[in-house]
Structure formats: structure tokens, C-alpha cells
Design a binder for this molecule. Structure first.
Ligand SMILES: Cc1ncc(C[n+]2csc(CCOP(=O)(O)OP(=O)(O)O)c2C)c(N)n1
Ligand SMILES: [Mg+2]
Length: 1116
């Protein structure tokens, strides 16, 4: 296998950092370090307790405490915590944000003519406390009264205060302080500002009137900031400073013109599409066009701060506009998508507002190069979120960008989806996990205050659509989408927040939706009042242009000329698009793998066996404690595990864990990064893996031998994940898309838990290549096996994966030396159930040895992890060995096949039960047991070969799963095809094959001979033929026309044109219309009856059923 040149830096990788830091295994200093750390902890605790509180002589120490407290309040003694929380401590200028208010309160003892410098009277103190409480109220709850809704539907009336002025802050904001008796007489009184506000700028005190006005302006205007739930004082202060400091919302004329120009493009783009394609769905952005300048601002500021690559995920709304005006995807390519052209390359495509893109360009504002990717997404809202995170994480990893300074993600959401879809929460929870963080995502909600036809009050129980972000302490910036300058400010702060704290934040762009859900939808059916308002509402561009014209920043002519210029650009691109004859899917790739495919023989698989000495080296390392084992206290049970591993290595055999380690270790040696993620994968759910050894005495000290196999190996990462399948599987899928030279594996705790990630499986993994030309070599490890223990979910529901496999049950591909690789090339994914460590090892290595990438769905065992017979000699993994799609019978039956009476085909662990039963019944010569290890793509060639070998035998498929589960429904028609070498199973001839279709190119059977090949049927075969059948059925069929039409419709849904006739060379198939003869060989089923659940009830029932199936299968 070629050594892959993976662009990573071991030393720089986050994984390396984590592991090398936790265990200094060579230096012999670990104990010293541990002791020192422990001593420091003790000292910190004791000294804090023993010191006289805030002793002036310990200023440096106090600073240290303050620093530590800023980082983590829990790290200091509670007394320090209380002290710093009280705001009594004024930090030196280099530590905390500068506070201007250094005047003592005595300077404000204005009541009763007290002498300046004397103790303040109680009224002064009370009034100051009241003002402080009011300031805090605005900071905490000012957003509740802010004017963020451009339609004003949610905006509350202003309240007239005691001084006669109307203010927005109401009782919701001020609570008990709203009744505070500030009369007009108090308005001019000076109040000292507390250290927790920045509204004073350089002023230490302000008149009350000014305090209230400034707070109103900051917190109850067009921006509503939600942040006071954040536990970090430093972060709260940072936000206060960025919103409260006077003048933060001042924009220069140039900046205003830039906003106007960008808004003109965003608005002009939608208008142009509306003009040219008035009857097409495009999910326009009208009502929230400011999102485009907003994204550009985020990208500008982030680029300025060092970001070089931005990965975006977004739904339908405004996607085309984003591609055009944020990514600058050539407009003609976008317009071509409206033309309904045929594709010039592989891929069945997707609707235009789902496709991805990848652009590298110069950012003209910052003059820096930037890469922008928008990840292709399915209809399933928010499903793309974790995928984007995984891709971002992978890019950061390969760049050695440990802190996310160079690569960042932006996720764009709809308001209804953001609060409704659980995967948002699951993805948020990855945001701070060491092995999953992308160091801060900026979330932008295009909040049009509606989801399709449903009002927010019926679609969520939370006050805001953004509340989910509160769980991870992300600040939330609500902003009126009709105020471009407020939006730009919020975007700037968001980008700076991410760059400073590397944490998530949310921008809630509150706008509206000018049209229906799509452009041909009537919104007045369901939201009449809202849309009456919307119809009268000027668009954001006009409002902003009016404002800039009024203030003299631009002239009316300038506004018109910018708009006209953009329209011209669109027209030119439109003309260019008309000359295109085909769409090219490669233009819409979000993760191009440059160099991966070039110069490769697409049908050549590199060998997967490795030198025996490599296996021995890996095995020895894997069974060794850390080099300085004497200092690293390992659990006794694990010492036994390591010793057993060592014994196996000495005997040159491998069990499951060792086989897996051999696959990982050998790939790492070849420069292939391996990443294994999932719940409890470090140890392994069934306690067999133990990749991470834990020091029994030192917290967080760990050792991972697979990271120390070879000095120049690729990084190995194994990570226990959060308890989520949807987000974590999506994340790993995204990770796997980024670089083909990596083995990325996700393991389910039990196989069927993967069903909570079903949208990732259906929408990305099984279909990604056909929709988006996106390949992925992701491996899903799915523990599977009916073993009579545990709850009902013993099955990984392999039938569901098989049902989505795209190989044709009725088609036997041409036999050649390349049969196996061709099948792999053509299929959407691989489904396998290995019974030996060696086969497991080979199939993992084959993922990388293939010249292309396919997802691998692997049923993995539970009891086989320790089964004495489920072991493989090294010879089955060393050079010359390879993955076996079918493992033949190598015993007496296989040696004398002519005498064999029965062949039992099976898959998975039941093989071991079957052989045991065969031995017990002394039928070794009469019954052959064959293991189908790769179930899909189906090994037609080997099944045929084996069946021919056992000419006189009865053929049986035995499975432990129920009849409607497991592999049976998938393998049954394929066996028939393999056994009879035909591709057409007629429904009328064979009642067993009712699910099959007449899949012929020039069908001449009675069922279809009335179908004429019109040009329409060429382009949409199933549709036109459906109607054609319907018409003629009435005249040709004496029976029910409807029933026949149904039959024909079903039949045509699987026609070759739909499948693109993948790899079916003309003339190679069996004769059109050929059928299995009634005398052809059959395969029968042995096993459990169909059932609604995967359970077998009690253990006793399980054993009874298993014995019955073994008895049935092993009988002659
Ligand atoms: C998981 C999922 N469920 C349902 C839908 C159908 N659907 C498409 S758009 C939409 C409304 C989305 O509202 P919102 O998130 O506010 O976005 P908007 O269309 O308003 O921009 C719905 C329910 C979907 N695409 N995905
Ligand atoms: Mg919406």
C-alpha cells in the first residue's frame, strides 16, 4: 500500500497534545510532576484560607488568585470567590478591563449637604444601590423590551416614567425597581458607576438621566443582548464592554457605503431570480436580506483576526444568495441549475438549494486569501450541523490548528428548525468537548418569525427560538434585521467573541419572510394579519438607502447606479448560463480531494496483508504497559489483559481486539490517521478494547499504546463521545469527508442505537455519493448478535442497511478478475458481518486500500470478542492474505463436496453455534457451513462457485435473526440470481420473489410489451411509463385496471434509467426477459419466524428458538 502523505503535524495535533501532556512516559518525572501538582493544589487551598483577607502585602498573590478565578471561579477557595464576586477588588490594569470609576462613594454624598469626604448618608447609599440594580436589570433583561422585531408585532409599548419621559424598559425588565422613586428632581443627580458597566466611557459618574438613556439605547434598542446567564465574569464584562462603550455603533461613511453595496447585491440577486424564474422555488431571503452582508462581515472580521478557512452549513433559505454573494460562486453556474439540464458527470444530483460548494478566493476587504465551503445538505433541517462541525474539526486537525484560529465554522439556521430539531442541542453539546470542539461556532438564525405556515407560539415553548444556546453559555445577540448597522456591529462582536474565547455564540437576525414559504406559496391563507403588515413594509435596502440619503452619506443616483451595475452582472451571467448544455456536479463539491483519484487505477486494490514482523511489533507494543511501567499503576485486571495479549502475540494468534489493533497500527504505520469515536469506545462497551490505560493513582494520567507504535506514525485518536448518536455520527461523517487518507470509525454502543442517527445514515452516508458526488470511507461499527441477554435491542437491524444497498438483486454482473472491486466501485456502501479477527482486520485495511472510498457498515460481535474459536493466526493477516467475502468450508465437508447433503449459508456469529451443533451431531462430512462475510455487495460469483461445488446438496440460509430481519430478505433474491445466473425473476413464476421487478433494458415480457419508448419515457422513464401502462392496462387486462396500474407502477420505479445503468455493459446480461426456470436451484430459510421486535423474550425462549434453528439447519 502506498504510504499516504497526510498533512498533519504530530507534535501540533490536539490529540498528541492531550496525550503527551497527560503522561510524560519517558522522563521518569511523572511522579514528581504529580506530587508538585498535588502540593501546589494543597498550597493554594491552605494559603488562601490562612492569609489575612486581602492583605495589602500580598498583592501579587491576590492577582494570581484573581487570574485563576477569572479562568475558573471554582479553582480558588470559596472565600476568594465571594470576595471577587462582590466586586470589591479592583484588578490592576493589565488584568481586568479598565474601569473608569475610581471615585469613592463619598464623593457622591450629596444628600443633606454632607461634607465631601465624610461617610455617605444612607439615602445616598440606597440610591446608588438602586441605580446599580437598575443597571443590572437592563443588562439582564433589557432584551425583553428591545425593538428587534422589524414588523413591531412583538414590540411592547413604551412606559412613561416619573420624569415624564417614555422608556422601553418596563416591569419585565426592571421588576421591583420600576417603582423606584426617581422623580424629575433626581434626573440630574450624579451617580457613581459600578465596575460592571461601561456606559460611562471615561466618565466615573453620570447624571441619572444619562445613565437611563444610555442603558435604553444599548439594551432596549435594535439589539437585544442575552448574556447574563454566562457564568464567567470575564466573559460578561467583555460583552458589556463591546455593547456599552459609547460610540461602538458609529460607522464611517465608507463602512456605510460598503453595507449598502452588499445589501444591494443581496436584494438584487433575489429580485433578479424572481424576474427570470418567477415560477421556480428558490427559498428566497426577502425580509432577511441583511443576512448576506452579515455573513460577509463575520468573514471579514474573522479573516482579519487570522481565519483562513470558513466552513458553512445552512438550510434552503437564502442558500443561492449565499453561494452567489458570500462565496462568490460564478453566477452562471447558479443560473444553470434552473435550466433542468442533464449532468455531464456522475451523480444523480439534488435540488439546487441543497448543493454544496467550495471556493478559494481573495477577500477584497482584508486582502487575504480565504477558502469558503458550504456543505451540501439534505432537506432534513439541521442534519448538516454536526457534519459541518466534523469537517471543521478535521480541517483544523490536518492544519495543526489546535485552537481554531485558522479554520472556523458558521452554522445558519431557520428559527423554527433551530428550536425544534434536537440535533441542534446535540451538536451544541459537542462544542466544548476536547476531541470534538471546533473552538467556537458562530450561529446565525435567519429568524423570519415563521416556520412554513406555523407561528412561533405554536412551534416552541421557549421565549426565543435561540434558547437552546443558553445550555452551553453562548451569548445570544438578537438584532433587528432592518437595522443594517446594528446587525454589522453584532456580527463584528460575534467574530471577535469567537476569536477571543473560542466559544459558540448566536446571532438572531429578526426579520420577516416577504413571500410564502417558497415563492409560489400563498402566505395569506394562514398569516393574514402578518402579511398585511409585510405588504406595507418597505424592504431593508430602501429603508437604509433612505437613511443614508437623508444623512447625506450617499445620493439617490449612487443608490440607483449600484443597483443597475449589479443587475448588469446578473444579466451577463444569465446569458452565459444559456449557452451551457450540461450541469457539472463537480462544480458543486464541498470537499474536493485533490490528488486522491489522479493517476490511480480505479479498479486496483492495494494488498491488505502486511509483513509478519509488523504484526509482531504492533502486537508487542499493544500488549505492553507504558515504558516506565513501574511508575504507572495499571489496574490488575488490565495487567492480565495485557499478559494475555502478549501470550497471543507469542503464539502468533489474534483475538478481536488484537486484530483491530493490527489494522489500526499497520495503517498508522503507513501514515494513515485513524480516528475512533463513539460512546465508551476507549475501553469498549464490552470491555475488550482498552486502548486507554488509566493510572490508578494519578487523575487524568493515561497511556495509549497505539499512539506509540512507531516514531513517525500517523496520529491515532480514540474518543469517548457525548451520549449522542445523531450528532456524533454526523460529526464523524463530516470528518471522514475531509481527507480520504484517514480511517474514521464510529461505534454504536449497541448496533440499533444508530437508529437515533437515522437521518445521517439515510441522507448522508447511504446516499451522499449519488447526490453530491461525495465519497466517504466512514466505518460504522455496530455491535450485533442475538445472544439472549440484555434488552430487546440485540440486533443492529442489518436488514435496514441492506435494504438501502444499491446493488440490483436480479443482476449478476459480468464475471472477471475485477468482479469484487467493480462491485465495490458501483455500490453505495458495504455491509459486512465478519466472523474472524483476520477478516475484520482485512476489511478495515481494505477501506484504505481501495482506490475510492465507500462507507462500511460492519456488524460487530459481542460474545465473539472473547470466543475461544474466534481467533486468527497471524498467517491470515500477513502478506499474501486478504479479505474473504465468503469463507468456504475447510473441514471434511469442504474436502469432499460431492458427498455433502446440505450446505448452510450463514453470516455472523451464528456460524459458531452451527459448527458446534454439527460436531455434536457428527455431520461434519454431510453438512457444509459457509460464511457470507460481505453481505453487500452480494458475492454472486462466490455463491455461484460454492453452490456448483456442492452440486448435490440442498441449500439453506440460516440466520439467528427473525425472518423479517437479518439478511434474509436481502440475500434471498440474490441467491436466486446467483444460483441460476439470471437477472429476471418473474413474479408469476415464483411466489417467493414478489418483491422483484422486471428490470430489463428492452423488456419484451407480457407485463411491459405495451410500453412504447417515447422520448419522454427516456427522460422520465418511470413517470411516463406509469401513465402509459395505466392507459393500456384497461384495454389489455381483463382484471382490475387499477390493480394492474399499481403493479406496473411499482415495477417501473426500479428501472435502469433511474439507476443510471451503473456498470451494466450492454449485452453482458442474460437475455432480456429471461426467467428463473421452475426447476432452478432454490435456497430455503431456516430460522426464527417473523416478529415485530428484535427480542426473543426470555433467555429460555431464546435458547429454545436457537436450538430449534440449529437443529433445523444441521439436519440431513
Ligand atoms: C427535519 C425536517 N422536518 C420537516 C421539514 C419540512 N420543512 C421544510 S422548511 C420547514 C419550515 C422551516 O422553518 P424555519 O426553520 O423557520 O425556516 P424558514 O423556512 O422559515 O426559513 C419545514 C417544516 C424539513 N425540511 N426537515
Ligand atoms: Mg422561519
Amino acid at each position: 500500500m502506498h504510504r499516504a502523505h497526510t498533512a498533519f503535524s504530530l507534535a501540533l495535533s490536539p490529540m498528541a497534545h492531550k496525550n503527551f501532556a497527560t503522561w510524560l512516559f519517558k522522563s521518569g518525572t511523572s511522579q514528581k510532576v504529580a506530587k508538585a501538582t498535588a502540593a501546589a493544589a494543597v498550597r493554594t487551598y491552605n494559603s488562601a484560607a490562612a492569609e489575612p483577607f486581602a492583605n495589602g502585602s500580598t498583592a501579587t498573590y491576590v492577582e494570581e488568585m484573581y487570574n485563576a478565578w477569572l479562568r475558573d471561579p471554582a479553582s480558588v477557595h470559596t472565600s476568594w470567590d465571594a470576595y471577587f464576586r462582590s466586586n470589591t477588588y479592583t484588578s490592576p490594569p493589565n488584568l481586568a478591563p479598565v474601569q473608569a470609576n475610581t471615585l469613592p462613594l463619598t464623593a457622591f454624598s450629596l444628600g443633606g449637604g454632607a461634607v465631601a469626604g465624610a461617610a455617605p448618608d444612607s439615602k445616598t447609599i440606597d440610591d446608588h444601590l438602586a441605580v446599580q440594580a437598575i443597571i443590572r436589570s437592563y443588562q439582564s433583561r433589557g432584551h425583553l423590551a428591545s425593538e428587534v422585531d422589524p414588523l413591531g408585532i412583538l414590540t411592547r409599548e413604551k412606559t412613561v416614567c416619573k420624569d415624564g419621559l417614555a422608556r422601553r424598559a418596563n416591569e419585565d425588565v426592571l421588576r421591583q425597581h420600576s417603582g423606584f422613586l426617581f422623580g424629575e428632581q433626581d434626573m440630574e443627580r450624579q451617580f457613581k458607576l459600578p465596575s460592571t458597566t461601561f456606559i460611562g466611557g471615561d466618565e466615573a459618574s453620570l447624571p441619572l438621566k444619562e445613565i437611563l438613556n444610555r442603558l435604553e439605547n444599548v439594551y432596549c434598542n435594535k439589539i437585544g443582548v442575552e448574556f447574563m446567564f454566562i457564568n464567567s465574569l470575564e466573559q460578561c464584562n467583555w460583552i458589556r464592554k463591546h455593547f456599552e462603550t459609547p460610540g461602538v455603533l458609529n460607522f464611517s461613511p465608507e463602512e456605510k457605503r460598503l453595507i449598502l453595496a452588499r445589501l444591494t447585491r443581496a436584494t438584487g440577486f433575489e429580485a433578479f431570480l424572481a424576474k427570470k424564474y418567477s415560477s421556480e422555488k428558490r427559498f428566497g431571503l426577502e425580509g432577511c436580506e441583511i443576512m448576506i452582508p452579515a455573513l460577509k462581515e463575520i468573514i471579514d472580521v474573522s479573516t482579519e483576526l487570522g481565519v483562513e478557512s470558513v466552513i458553512m452549513g445552512m438550510p434552503h433559505r437564502g442558500r443561492l444568495n449565499t453561494l452567489a454573494n458570500v462565496c462568490r460562486k460564478p453566477l452562471n453556474q447558479i443560473f444553470t441549475q434552473f435550466a433542468g439540464l442533464e449532468a455531464a458527470d456522475d451523480g444523480s444530483g439534488d435540488v439546487k438549494y441543497h448543493l454544496g460548494t467550495y471556493i478559494e478566493r481573495l477577500n477584497r476587504v482584508t486582502n487575504k486569501n480565504i477558502r469558503l465551503a458550504v456543505v451540501a445538505n439534505p432537506s432534513h433541517l439541521e442534519a448538516v450541523d454536526p457534519v459541518v462541525q466534523g469537517k471543521t474539526r478535521a480541517e483544523q486537525f490536518y492544519r495543526g490548528d489546535q485552537e481554531g484560529k485558522k479554520v472556523m465554522s458558521i452554522l445558519i439556521h431557520g428559527d423554527a428548525a433551530f428550536c425544534g430539531q434536537g440535533v441542534v442541542y446535540e451538536t451544541m453539546h459537542l462544542s466544548d468537548l476536547p476531541d470534538y470542539t471546533t473552538h467556537g461556532t458562530i450561529h446565525v438564525v435567519a429568524n423570519n418569525q415563521i416556520g412554513f405556515t406555523t407561528d412561533p407560539r405554536f412551534s416552541r415553548s421557549s421565549p426565543y427560538c435561540t434558547d437552546v444556546a443558553r445550555v452551553v453559555n453562548a451569548p445570544i445577540f438578537h438584532v433587528n434585521a432592518d437595522d443594517p448597522e446594528a446587525v454589522m456591529h453584532v456580527c463584528k462582536v460575534a467574530a471577535e467573541w469567537r476569536a477571543t474565547f473560542h466559544k459558540d455564540c448566536v446571532i438572531d437576525l429578526v426579520g420577516y419572510r416577504r413571500n410564502g414559504h417558497n415563492e409560489i406559496d400563498e402566505p395569506m391563507f394562514t398569516q393574514p394579519l402578518m402579511y398585511q403588515k409585510i405588504r406595507k413594509h418597505k424592504n431593508c435596502l430602501d429603508l437604509y438607502a433612505d437613511k443614508l440619503i437623508a444623512e447625506g452619506t450617499v445620493t439617490g443616483e449612487e443608490v440607483k447606479s449600484v443597483a443597475a451595475k449589479y443587475e448588469n452582472i446578473c444579466e451577463e451571467a444569465f446569458a452565459l448560463a444559456k449557452t451551457e448544455t450540461h450541469v457539472k456536479y463537480k462544480d458543486w463539491l464541498d470537499s474536493p480531494w485533490s490528488g486522491f483519484f489522479e493517476g490511480k487505477d480505479p479498479l486496483k486494490v492495494a494488498p491488505t496483508g502486511v509483513k509478519e514482523e509488523t504484526l509482531i511489533h504492533i502486537g508487542n507494543r499493544f500488549s505492553m504497559p507504558p515504558p516506565n511501567a513501574a511508575e504507572f499503576v495499571i489496574h490488575k485486571g488490565l495487567m492480565r489483559v495485557l499478559a494475555a495479549r502478549k501470550n497471543m502475540v507469542d503464539e502468533k494468534i489474534a483475538d478481536w481486539a488484537l486484530g483491530e489493533a493490527m489494522a489500526f497500527g499497520s495503517l498508522l504505520k503507513e501514515g494513515i490517521h485513524v480516528r475512533l469515536s463513539g460512546q465508551d469506545v476507549e475501553r469498549g462497551t464490552f470491555s475488550h478494547r482498552h486502548h486507554v490505560l488509566h493510572h490508578q493513582l494519578v487523575d487524568k494520567a493515561t497511556y495509549n499504546s497505539l499512539q506509540h507504535m512507531y516514531p513517525d506514525q500517523a496520529p491515532y485518536s480514540v474518543s469517548n463521545s457525548s451520549l449522542s448518536e445523531y450528532a456524533v455520527l454526523g460529526f464523524e461523517h463530516g470528518y471522514s469527508m475531509t481527507n480520504p487518507n484517514a480511517l474514521v470509525l464510529w461505534e454504536a454502543q449497541f448496533g440499533d442505537f444508530s437508529n437515533t442517527a437515522q437521518s445521517i445514515i439515510d441522507q448522508f452516508i447511504s446516499s451522499g455519493q449519488s447526490k453530491w458526488v461525495r465519497q466517504s470511507g466512514l466505518v460504522m461499527l455496530l455491535p450485533h448478535g442475538m445472544e439472549g441477554m440484555g434488552p430487546e435491542h440485540s440486533s443492529c437491524r442489518v436488514e435496514r442497511f441492506l435494504q438501502m444497498s444499491s446493488d440490483d438483486p436480479d443482476y449478476f454482473p459480468p464475471e472477471s478478475d475485477e468482479f469484487a472491486v467493480r462491485q465495490l466501485h458501483d455500490i453505495n456502501w458495504i455491509v459486512a458481518n465478519c466472523t474472524t479477527p483476520a477478516n475484520y482486520y482485512h476489511i478495515l485495511r481494505r477501506q484504505i486500500a481501495l482506490p475510492f472510498r465507500k462507507p462500511l457498515i460492519l456488524c460487530t460481535p459481542k460474545s465473539l470478542l472473547r470466543h475461544p474459536e474466534a481467533k486468527s493466526p497471524f498467517s491470515e493477516m500477513s502478506e499474501g492474505s486478504e479479505f474473504q467475502r465468503i469463507i468456504p468450508d475447510n473441514g471434511p465437508a469442504g474436502q469432499n463436496p460431492a458427498n455433502v447433503k446440505k450446505v448452510v449459508f450463514c453470516s455472523g456469529r451464528v456460524y459458531y453455534d452451527l459448527t458446534k451443533m454439527r460436531t455434536e451431531k457428527q455431520l461434519e462430512s454431510d453438512v457444509a457451513i459457509l460464511r457470507v462475510e460481505q453481505v453487500s455487495p452480494f458475492p454472486f460469483d462466490l455463491v455461484k462457485e460454492q453452490a456448483n461445488l456442492y452440486k448435490n446438496a440442498e441449500l439453506v440460509w440460516a440466520q439467528e435473526e427473525h425472518k423479517n430481519q437479518g439478511s434474509w430478505t436481502y440475500v434471498q433474491p440474490r441467491f436466486l440470481t446467483a444460483l441460476n445466473h439470471s437477472r429476471d425473476v418473474s413474479q408469476s413464476d415464483d411466489p417467493m420473489s414478489s418483491n422483484t421487478t422486471t428490470n430489463t433494458t428492452n423488456t419484451t415480457t407480457d407485463h411491459t410489451n405495451h410500453v412504447s419508448a417515447s422520448s419522454e419515457s427516456e427522460s422520465k422513464p418511470w413517470l411516463s411509463r406509469m401513465f402509459a401502462s395505466n392507459k393500456s392496462d384497461g384495454s389489455t387486462d381483463g382484471g382490475s385496471a387499477t390493480a394492474t396500474a399499481d403493479f406496473n407502477a411499482a415495477k417501473h420505479f426500479d428501472l435502469k434509467n433511474v439507476r443510471h445503468d451503473f456498470n451494466r455493459p450492454a449485452g453482458n446480461a442474460a437475455a432480456p426477459g429471461a426467467r428463473i426456470s421452475k426447476t432452478g436451484r432454490k435456497i430455503s430459510y431456516t430460522g426464527r419466524a417473523a416478529s415485530a421486535s428484535t427480542a426473543t423474550g426470555s433467555k429460555a425462549q431464546h435458547i429454545r428458538e436457537l436450538n430449534a434453528l440449529l437443529n433445523d439447519a444441521i439436519s440431513v
